[in-house]
Every structure is written in C-alpha cells, then in structure tokens.
Design a protein around this ligand. Structure first.
Ligand code: PLP
Length: 416
C-alpha cells in the first residue's frame, strides 16, 4: 500500500503480453544459437527471407523525403484534407457510391477498436466476437469497463458458425440495450480465415432480423478489416461489403482500417474508424461523436502517416505502384501460409481453416504447455485460449515447412 495512490479500478496485475514475451525469448535464443536454429513465429510483422522488416519501397521513399514541417506539425482531429477520401479509395477502390462514408484517423486499428468499444456500448456491456480472437480485444473492453463474450467461430464443416452467432446475438440482446458485434475478416487473426460473401449475407440477415424484432435496441456490426489487403485479390476481398444493404434504422456497420498492414507502417500508429452510413446525417453524427472522443483521448493522429495515405490514394499512378509492391508482399505471405497448411495436412496436424494472411491457428489442449515445450525446441509460437498461433508472415518458407512436424510432436508429447 505504501505510496500507491492508484484508484481502485486501476489496481490490476498486468500479465506481460504473451506475444511480446514470446518474441523476447526468441530473440535471446537467436542471439545465442543463430537465426537458422530458431523459428521465431511470434510477432505480426512481415519479415523477408533475410530477416528484415518488409516495408513498401514507395512508403519508405515518401517518409524519407517528407519535409520536417509535414512530419512535426499538428494534424486536424478529424484528419488532414483528403483523409476520408483516401480511406475510401484504399478500402473500396473508389469514393463509395453506396454509403455515406465518414472516417476519423486513429492510432492504428487499436485506436479504432477503442472508439468502437467506448462509443457503441454502455458501461458493463459485452462486445461479442468469435472464440478465436486477437487477445487485445479483451483488454480494450476491460480497460473501458466493458466485457468480451464469444461464440464458436467454426462449425463441424469448418466454415463460419452462423447458428452459434445467431444464438449469442439473441442472448446478448435479451440483456443489453445495444449490441456490438466485432468480426475480424478477411484473413482473420489468429486463424487466417476469410468469411465468404455468402457467410456475410447470413450475418447481415441475422442482424437485420434482430434489428426488426427489437426496434428499440441498437445493433452495430464492426468489421475489423485490418488484414484486408493480405487476402485474396482486391475484388474478392471486397465482396463482403456487397452484403451490406437495406439495413433497418437501428443498425449500423463500421469498419476498422489499419495502416500497419496495408501500408507496412505498424510503428507509425495510424488507422481509421470508418462509418458506412445509410444517411449523410448518420455519418455526420458518427464523425462528430468520434471527433469528441479523439480530442479527449489522443487529440490528433500522426500527420506523416496520414500524408502518406493521402498522397498514395489520391494519385492513381502512385497507388498503382504501391498496389503492385503490396501484392508481392501479400503473395509471399500467403505462399508461406499455404505451405505450412499443406504440410500440416500431409502429416495429420489439424489447423483452423486457413485462407490467407499473416497467421495460422493450430487447435490443441494446454496451449501454454505446448508453447513452453516448443520453446525448448527453439520454436516460438503464441499460445491462445484454444491453441497456438503460428505466423507465416514472420518466418521463411523453409521454416514454414519444418514447423508442422515439430508442433505435432509437441502436442503429442504434452498430451501424453
Ligand atoms: N485488429 C487485429 C485483428 C489485429 O491483429 C491488429 C494488429 O495486430 C489490429 C486490429 C490493430 O493493429 P494496429 O493498431 O497496429 O493498426
């Protein structure tokens, strides 16, 4: 108690972030044994076959040639001129013709998630998501006096479990005035699953049904599309947006947009919280409320990253160049992921259904123990509630092919 003046709600143990802890251990191991002897599949950053962080060359050039005033001066709270247009072009390939889109810059997708949890739920409410989810979802909820509830992500066909979602939505709506459903797709973290257009049609149909059944409740679907540019091709990955139409007045769809992945700028902390409004009035109301929140939490968001986003997307030639550079990155990561997935299949190690992206999940009992066992074999993965997360984005093809056998052996040995 000595000299501790924290308020009651702030007294809590901080379990070191599992991802960063595993990564630190792996780095220490590499320092002792060398790169080749260790498989460090922990962080969600793209690393090339020489062990270097992959940064889009055009982004690097733009950052290095940026005038210092552009880097250091304040940006407007609601984004620099062109920000909202640039977000739409990045997400949809054009200024949206179907929605009234408003967006606010946020410190990464994390900031956007924070705004969602704070502004679209009441104190003590729960946000709903799939049972395979990115760990910080829970922290962000709890930091803001909310909770996290989940439903089974996959059915026995290994496709999206719409019935489980339907049931969980119904249960939450019987307890809360509003629903916030977060779905991380395409290229879900930690599974690499991408929902199909048909699955998204079903999600919208379920929400529409509940919205009509409970006209006095509010339903928000928050699509965490942080990995959208590491999915299948542009058109296929955007098909999920086609599902969003004819929403009742008590329903809204929001999108989490991250520059960490699409522009390889993880450390520059920029993203956006985006509203796909059915009316201009709804979109304006969103922007005003989120701007209030931004001003009260982080004020404005890093200007240089916004500059990069605008200068790429408002210039078709530069955009085409960046799209080509990114495609090469994304192809490499998916090739590694598929190599792991096929090798796992060949040797009988079962994985969650991987489609694209940075991560693959391997279900198992005792994930913490299996991860510890793997550390002793110099393989570093991230334990999750229901299994292990492996990151093809961070390891070479050769290691993606080598890892499944080691993981299978670890699961068997810990199980025994
Ligand atoms: N959503 C998911 C599912 C993520 O995995 C991440 C980052 O790893 C984010 C959102 C937010 O990323 P950032 O804040 O770096 O944009």
């Amino acid at each position: 108690m000595k000299y501790i003046t924290l308020a009651d709600h702030a007294v809590r143990t901080y379990a070191p972030d599992k991802i960063f802890t595993a990564s630190q251990k792996a780095k220490a191991d590499i320092a002792g044994l060398g790169e080749d002897a260790v498989i460090n599949s922990t962080l969600g950053e793209c690393i090339d076959d020489e062990g270097k962080l992959m940064v889009l060359p055009t982004v690097e050039k733009m950052l290095r040639s940026m005038p210092v005033e552009e880097m250091c001066s304040y940006a407007p709270i609601a984004g620099i001129p062109g920000f909202n247009e640039a977000v739409q072009i990045s997400l949809f390939g054009e200024i949206s013709k179907r929605f009234h889109v408003e967006s606010v810059p946020t410190p990464g997708g994390c900031g956007a998630l924070r705004h969602a949890v704070w502004n679209f739920l009441d104190n003590g409410d729960a946000m709903l998501t799939t049972d395979w989810f990115w760990g910080p979802y829970r922290n962000i909820c709890e930091e803001h006096g909310r909770f996290l509830k989940s439903f089974e992500m996959f059915n026995d066909q290994n496709t999206f479990h719409i019935e489980a979602m339907d049931k969980a939505v119904g249960e939450l709506l019987s307890q809360q005035k509003q629903l916030l459903l977060a779905l991380n797709t395409p290229a879900n973290n930690p599974t690499g699953y991408s929902m199909t257009k048909e699955e998204m049609d079903q999600v919208i149909a379920v929400l529409r049904r509940y919205a009509l059944e409970y006209p006095d409740k509010k339903l928000t679907l928050c699509l965490d599309a942080s990995y959208i540019d590491f999915d299948a091709g542009f058109c296929e990955s955007r098909e999920i947006f086609e599902s969003i139409h004819d929403m009742p007045e008590n329903m809204m769809v929001l999108v989490i947009f991250s520059m960490s992945k699409s522009y390889t700028m993880c450390g520059m902390r920029c993203g956006a919280f985006v509203c796909l409004g059915e009316t201009a009035e709804a979109a304006q109301e969103f922007k005003a409320a989120m701007s209030y929140s931004s001003r009260s939490v982080w004020s404005n968001v890093i200007r240089s990253a916004q500059r990069v986003l605008v200068d790429i997307n408002l210039n078709p030639e530069v955009k085409a160049q960046v799209d080509q550079e990114r495609l090469e990155f994304s192809n490499l990561i998916s090739k590694r992921g598929k190599a792991f997935y096929h090798e796992a299949g060949r040797i009988g190690l079962s994985c969650c259904p991987y489609k694209h992206g940075y991560f693959i999940a391997v279900p198992c009992e005792n994930p913490d123990k299996v991860a510890e066992y793997l550390c002793r074999k110099h393989v570093y993965v991230v334990p999750q509630a229901k299994g292990l997360r492996f990151s093809p984005c961070a390891v070479t093809m050769e290691k993606c092919l080598r890892a499944p056998e080691l993981i299978k052996e670890a699961i068997q040995n810990v199980g025994d």
